[in-house]
Design a protein around this ligand. Structure first.
Ligand code: TYM
Length: 343
């Protein structure tokens, strides 16, 4: 791999993405996001952030938050991100995130945030009782990305609306302060056949860290037996596998398992449908279990190994934060000058 200069984006851009340390890291996080982080590191300078400031927008037990932060870091490394070449760090360790988020709180409009579907979903009927942080969450995301003038952001489909808001914030800042092109307009990278992995218990609900049923998701820390059990129990319909993509669309559970298979085997949905057309779910699930275990069990084992050596994980975070800070500081100096703060 070429040696990339740390302080300038190379290869046509800089990649940033984040994962919340809220526990239960799952197959959706892996297929929708982390797996793509790994491929992008071949072509871009990348920053991968454990977003602990975002996590506390809903209550986190402090000792558990620290463990979950280490677990996401371990998962990044176990999935194949190289902490020597790429920057892995936790958000709260670099002050630029909170500082720029405040400035963006003053750029973004209430109406923009009020339209965010994730806020409506998470706050539900209790909006008055939600934290202010949960409402302002997307502004902090924009700050994460733009504090490094990042140009590409690999995410699952559920983050698309937040990324559109990041672009709106970048554009409004550039316009309000008359600094055209100061912030780039970051591009979402939503890639692969599993950008929205659904629950194993309900093909119409997203696979999620917070689902009460552990059988709804495959956690990256599940061992081989548990992975097999969860796939065996996964909800299906009474018919054999569909014979074409059109048929799959009306069968959410089948469609979901086909997408998972395709992503894990690096095939297209179409190829998987052709291979298993008319097969029984029992046979298909057996093949899917073997495949899932072959990809995920080694990741789980490596996470466990890394979690047993937390000093190493903490050192990765500390070194990453220092490198991230060195990129963000000159950008923040410019931002503060542009806004009119005395330096
Ligand atoms: P988080 O922690 O909820 O999820 C991490 C990544 O996993 C993706 N994802 C999924 N992809 C496919 N199917 C699913 N069921 C699924 N569930 C989650 C998410 O899209 C995400 O890419 N707000 C972000 C974290 C964040 C961030 C950022 C991302 C903070 N700052 C800046 C990009 C850039 C979040 O809550 O991700």
């Amino acid at each position: 791999m070429e040696n990339k200069p740390e302080n300038s984006a190379v290869g046509g851009g800089r990649v940033f993405s984040g994962v919340q340390p809220t526990g239960n890291l799952h197959l959706g996080n892996y297929l929708g996001a982390i797996r793509n982080f790994v491929t992008l590191q071949e072509h871009y300078a990348c920053l991968y952030c454990v977003v602990d400031l975002h996590a506390i927008t809903v209550w986190q037990e402090p000792s558990v938050l620290a463990r979950h932060t280490r677990e996401v870091t371990a998962a990044f490394i176990a999935c194949g991100i190289d902490p020597k070449n790429q920057i892995i760090f936790n958000q709260s360790a670099v002050s630029a995130h909170a500082e720029l988020a405040w400035i963006f709180n003053c750029v973004a409009r209430m109406g923009w945030l009020g339209r965010m579907t994730q806020f409506k979903d998470k706050a539900g009927k209790h909006q008055q009782n939600a934290s202010v942080g949960l409402f302002a969450y997307p502004n902090l995301m924009a700050a994460d990305i733009l504090a490094y003038k990042s140009t590409h952001v690999p995410v699952g489909e559920d983050q698309k609306q937040h990324l559109e808001l990041s672009r709106d914030i970048a554009q409004k800042f550039n316009k309000d302060f008359d600094v055209p092109d100061f912030f780039p307009l970051p591009e979402p990278l939503i890639q692969g056949p599993a950008t929205r992995v659904m629950s194993l218990r309900d093909g119409t609900a997203k696979m999620s860290k917070s689902d009460k049923s552990d059988n709804s998701r495959i956690n990256l820390t599940d061992d081989a037996d548990l992975i097999v059990k969860k796939i065996r129990k996964a909800k299906t319909d009474p018919h054999p596998l569909p014979t074409n993509e059109e048929q799959a669309k009306d069968r959410p559970e089948a469609d979901n398992l086909i997408g998972i298979f395709a992503a894990l085997s690096n095939e297209t949905r179409g190829q998987v449908i052709t291979r298993f057309a008319g097969t029984s779910f029992a046979d298909f699930k057996k093949e899917l279990s073997d495949l899932a275990v072959s990809v995920l069990a080694p990741i789980g084992e490596e996470i466990a190994r890394l979690m047993a050596a937390p000093d190493h994980v903490d050192e990765v975070l500390r070194a990453g934060a220092a490198r991230a800070d060195a990129i963000a500081t000159p950008i923040m100096d410019d931002v503060k000058r542009i806004v009119g703060f005395i330096r």
